[in-house]
Design a protein around this ligand. Structure first.
Ligand code: TYD
Length: 255
């Protein structure tokens, strides 16, 4: 059986959309509008989110392997980066300058957004239009969590600039990996911290709280995944969410 999204329709309960506003004046940034209706393409767009050390990149790679093994055509990419411009911006964003002025939070927000625009137009939208599955390591929700909540620029400012920047292209499904601080620290130990990772504990608490708020406020698009435990156990939790949300059935990894 072809999965529902292959027909251009993400399988979700239609009653969820019954009172979604239809006149342009009424259209607010409603979660139901954003849940899988955002890009209007045949493909499927899934993003991975979470604090550093939650294992989201590993989980994304594992899922990519599972999808490829099941015969799906897919594109994997990451933010910031994924294009020549994006990689240049990434260097500017993550470099720890010595004796320089600190990067202004708004400048930071615009740089992440600029890299995102390039990635969407060069890679993500064309792949979705071609009917492919796109897996992206971080997307708009990183800006909402890190710049909106972490840097305290505000949800509204960040969502507005981003929705304008990417012409409303939102994921069908976003997985937020959540792991206790001790687990994250253990997974990160040894690696040298970049500029973002060198921000203080208060910043990361705000980012983590931000992710939790995003999960609570966007139940139709965002799902939290318990990222504690063995990598294949977490992988199976990811597959369970895909089954529930997208009717995408893949065999478990841990057995
Ligand atoms: P990276 O080394 O890719 O971290 P990770 O492996 O955890 O994804 O660095 C990306 C950093 O940029 C990470 O600390 C999160 C941050 N970030 C933002 O602050 N805003 C954004 O919009 C994005 C995409 C990333």
């Amino acid at each position: 059986m072809r999965p529902a999204w292959d027909e251009g329709v993400v399988q979700k309960d239609p009653s969820l959309f019954a009172d979604v506003p239809t006149s342009p004046e009424d259209i607010e940034l409603d979660d139901r509008l954003m849940a899988g209706l955002g890009h209007g393409c045949r493909g499927l767009f899934i993003t991975f989110e979470g604090l550093d050390g939650t294992g989201k990149s590993t989980q994304m790679e594992l899922l990519a392997e599972r999808l490829r093994a099941a015969g799906h055509s897919l594109v994997t990419t990451r933010e910031p980066g994924g294009t020549a411009l994006g990689e240049a911006v990434r260097e500017a964003l993550l470099a720890k300058g010595e004796g320089e002025h600190e990067m202004d939070p708004k400048a930071e927000a615009f740089l992440y957004t600029a890299a995102r625009v390039q990635l969407v137009e060069e890679v993500i939208r064309p792949a979705l239009e071609a009917g492919e599955i796109v897996l992206c390591d971080r997307y708009i929700d990183s800006s909402l969590a890190y710049q909106g909540y972490g840097r305290e620029l505000g949800y509204e400012n960040i969502i507005s600039m981003n929705m304008w920047a990417v012409d409303g292209l939102l994921p069908d499904l976003t997985l937020v990996m959540l792991a206790p601080e001790a687990v994250r620290r253990r997974r990160l130990s040894g690696a040298e911290a970049d500029r973002l990772e060198s921000s203080g504990d208060d910043f990361f608490r705000r980012v983590e709280d931000g992710y939790r708020r995003l999960v609570a406020d966007h139940p139709y698009r965002i799902r939290a995944v318990d990222a504690g435990g063995d990598v294949h156990e977490v992988g199976d939790r990811v597959l369970e969410v895909l089954r529930e949300e997208l009717d995408l059935d893949l065999a478990p990894q841990s057995r």
